[in-house]
Design a protein around this ligand. Structure first.
Ligand SMILES: *[C@@H]1O[C@H](CO)[C@@H](O)[C@H](O)[C@H]1NC(C)=O
Ligand SMILES: [Cu+2]
Length: 231
């Protein structure tokens, strides 16, 4: 009895706290076990948490303006990488992950990620019910992705993207929440990731996965960008 009262009180305190903060927007500032912006490039919205709405902006790549982070995180091919959301993912929409291999002679800490270099490693599927779409990433505080076993070893940028679609029936109504982590993959294979796309370039404002009414939807929702590399 005592224990359940204590639990109830602490849950109520947490709920009050969350309501007071009204955290409508979010960033992905860290990989698990690292400090904020230590191995994730600091995004331009690191204080406002605001989403990006212009898919043709150079910021659609990593949501940075030339800012780099210092560190590079070692990860194993076939292993899982976890991003922290701060605060939790507050809007409905798909989560996607892309990777881009750092060219020879450059490092993850300094390369700008330009060119036709990005391949998709994960796209979150939607659940449809009564014409309404929903995604399991809603309200998550951490989200993970598996680094394909067969990617060649070496340094990469790992791009996380959550697309908030609650106002996306309007032009430029989708909100993009993006971060790029600097990673060094070991134990990889000899795969040739494809298709490769560029950011900006991969998306247009009228893509059916971007300009979409998720509250009155028929058919199968497909998030924007290329197919996931099968590995
Ligand atoms: C990446 O990992 C390889 C193999 O473990 C290592 O030799 C190299 O120094 C690492 N590079 C960075 C930047 O950490
Ligand atoms: Cu919003």
């Amino acid at each position: 009895m005592k224990i359940s009262t204590a639990v109830a009180l602490s849950l109520a305190a947490e709920a009050a706290n969350a309501a007071a903060l009204q955290p409508r927007h979010y960033t992905f500032p860290a990989l698990s076990g690292t400090a904020d912006w230590a191995v994730v490039r600091q995004t331009v919205n690191f204080q406002s948490n605001a989403g990006l709405s212009d898919v043709t902006s150079p910021e659609i790549r990593c949501y940075t303006s030339g800012t780099k982070s210092a560190g590079t995180q070692a990860v194993a091919a076939g292993g899982s990488v976890t991003f922290k959301a701060s605060p939790n993912i507050f809007h409905p929409g798909p989560l996607q992950f892309y990777m881009a291999k750092v060219p020879a002679g450059q490092t993850a800490a300094t390369w700008d990620g330009s060119g036709n270099v990005w391949f998709k490693i994960y796209a979150e599927k939607a659940t449809a019910s009564g014409g309404q779409l929903s995604w399991a990433s809603l309200n998550k505080g951490t989200v993970s992705v598996t680094i394909p076993k067969n990617v060649p070893s070496g340094e990469y940028l790992l791009r996380i993207e959550h697309i908030a679609l609650h106002q996306a029936s309007n032009a430029n109504g989708a909100q993009f929440y993006i971060s790029c982590a600097q990673i060094n993959v070991s134990g990889g294979g000899s795969g040739s990731p494809s298709p490769l796309v560029s950011f900006p370039g991969a998306y247009s404002a009228t893509d059916p996965g971007i300009k979409v009414n998720i509250y009155n939807f028929a058919g199968t929702y497909t998030p924007p960008g290329p197919a996931v590399w099968s590995g």
